[in-house]
Design a protein around this ligand. Structure first.
Ligand SMILES: NC(=O)c1ccc[n+]([C@@H]2O[C@H](COP(=O)([O-])OP(=O)(O)OC[C@H]3O[C@@H](n4cnc5c(N)ncnc54)[C@H](O)[C@@H]3O)[C@@H](O)[C@H]2O)c1
Length: 408
């Protein structure tokens, strides 16, 4: 099997630390693989890279954080045993040493991290940053003798950025970079550009705009590279996209669906800023209308509760109408450990992206819609239907005789 690099944007965050901890734990047979979709029997026909064939690195805004987040996951969040982190600390520290300075301009409160000033290059233009970031990827690939590198964005959520005519075509977007238009190019776009321009697949697990720029799709197609996003579907929205099809199939009219989320951690702190929260609310809001065929009264609330740390609670109230107009309700409470829900999905996305690349695919990976709140180019929001898109893809790949793809 190939040696695969995983380059995490936001490599010192809670999610990134959990991804690395989880991959190393499973590789060393110290942890169970629950939550990994790629371990389901439905996907057994694909020959996927093993987790111990993954090498990690990434960009962040400060030189340290990965090991500390892994420790906090054990000591503060009680999400994993402390003994696991202790046993893997050397592995984690080696990956932390590989973290390179990211590109921060536009990151908002996310960049208020200790050590940032000394770590990040000063007054770097967009064009210079794109080259530096691309060089980091090439260097990682050569140093670790990797067959490919998959770039995954798990950095803090950026505020939304309105797309203009300049974002429509590659030529116009390149002009924005050359003219250093930081007001029009978010860091997540700069990273996506750097990855795609060097031929590395890019996956956006965050609600930041990232790959959702037509000019970047053109770049991906031009370089025959895979890309996909946005915003991993791990909690409240996942349950919504499972329940909403039930109401539709039973002809029960949803009158109102009110969701209230409280969370802690770095993500919660960033989302406490109303501009950044808008990106998350937007990616969480699009799912009901598409599944039900109409828009019920609905609101998504997100509040930061520091003491919750890595844990998140969602309370949803669904008011619906049945036979003879009788009104009823469903309520659910979802309490999840944020990074523990998300990390296996990041590993799934890496494995499935690497498989698609190895078998010659390029462009948007729409068969991965079930992993995202706002799947690029897919209007289907029902989770069972999205999961069928994935299993149909597996069946097609197995049937087309590519279940034993050549290695690069
Ligand atoms: N269940 C989940 O955990 C989940 C689900 C879906 C989406 N997400 C998204 O994943 C992202 C990460 O979540 P988290 O809990 O790990 O947050 P976190 O705050 O713990 O980590 C974010 C990391 O990104 C870094 N960062 C910020 N701006 C950066 C930049 N411009 N370049 C490079 N690094 C940068 C920060 O320094 C930090 O280390 C968030 O955008 C979140 O919305 C998480």
């Amino acid at each position: 099997m190939p040696n695969v690099g995983v380059w995490l944007i936001g490599a010192q965050g809670s999610l990134a630390s959990t991804v690395v901890l989880g991959a190393r734990a499973i590789a060393r047979k110290l942890g169970a693989n629950g939550g990994l979709v790629t371990e389901l029997p439905e996907l057994a026909g694909l020959r996927l890279v093993a987790l111990d064939d993954l090498a990690f690195g990434g960009w962040d805004l400060a030189p340290t954080g990965l090991v500390a987040h892994a420790r906090a996951l054990a000591s503060e969040a009680a999400a994993v045993p402390e003994s696991l982190v202790t046993r893997l600390e050397a592995d984690l520290a080696a990956i932390e040493a590989r973290v390179r300075p990211g590109f921060a301009t536009g990151g908002g409160p996310a960049k208020r991290v200790r050590g940032t000033r000394a770590f990040l290059p000063r007054r770097e233009s967009l064009a210079v940053a794109v080259e530096r970031l691309g060089d980091d990827l090439d260097r990682f690939r050569h140093a670790e003798r990797l067959d490919t590198v998959i770039v995954v964005n798990v950095a803090s959520t950026e505020p939304p950025l309105e797309l203009t005519r300049d974002h429509a075509r590659l030529e116009g977007f390149r002009r924005l970079i050359q003219r250093d238009r930081r007001d029009r190019v978010a860091p997540s776009m700069d990273y996506a550009y750097a990855a795609l321009a060097r031929g590395f697949p890019y996956v956006n697990f965050t609600p930041s705009v990232g790959i959702a720029v037509p000019a970047l799709h053109e770049l991906g197609q031009k370089h025959h590279v895979l890309f996909y996003g946005s915003d991993g579907k791990t909690g409240e929205t996942l349950v919504k996209t499972v329940l909403a099809p039930m109401f539709r199939c039973r002809n029960l009219e949803v009158l109102a669906w009110e969701g209230f989320n409280i969370l802690g951690g770095g993500d919660g702190r960033v989302l406490a800023d109303p501009r950044h929260k808008r990106s998350k609310v937007k990616s969480k809001s699009g799912v009901l209308g598409a599944t039900l065929g109409y828009e019920p009264h609905t609101k998504v609330g997100i509040e930061y509760v520091p003491s919750l740390g890595n844990w998140k609670t969602a309370w949803d109230f669904i008011h619906f109408e049945g036979f003879l107009g009788t009104k009823m309700s469903v309520q659910f409470i979802w309490q999840g450990c944020d990074s523990i829900l998300a990390a296996p999905l990041v590993l799934d996305l890496v494995r499935l992206t690497e498989f698609a690349q190895r078998t010659g695919e390029a462009g948007p990976m729409t068969h991965l819609a079930c992993f995202f709140k706002d799947p690029l180019g897919v209007s289907v929001q029902s989770f069972p239907d999205q999961f069928s898109m994935l299993t149909d893809y597996v069946a097609r790949r197995v049937k087309s005789g590519r279940k034993r793809p050549r290695t690069q």
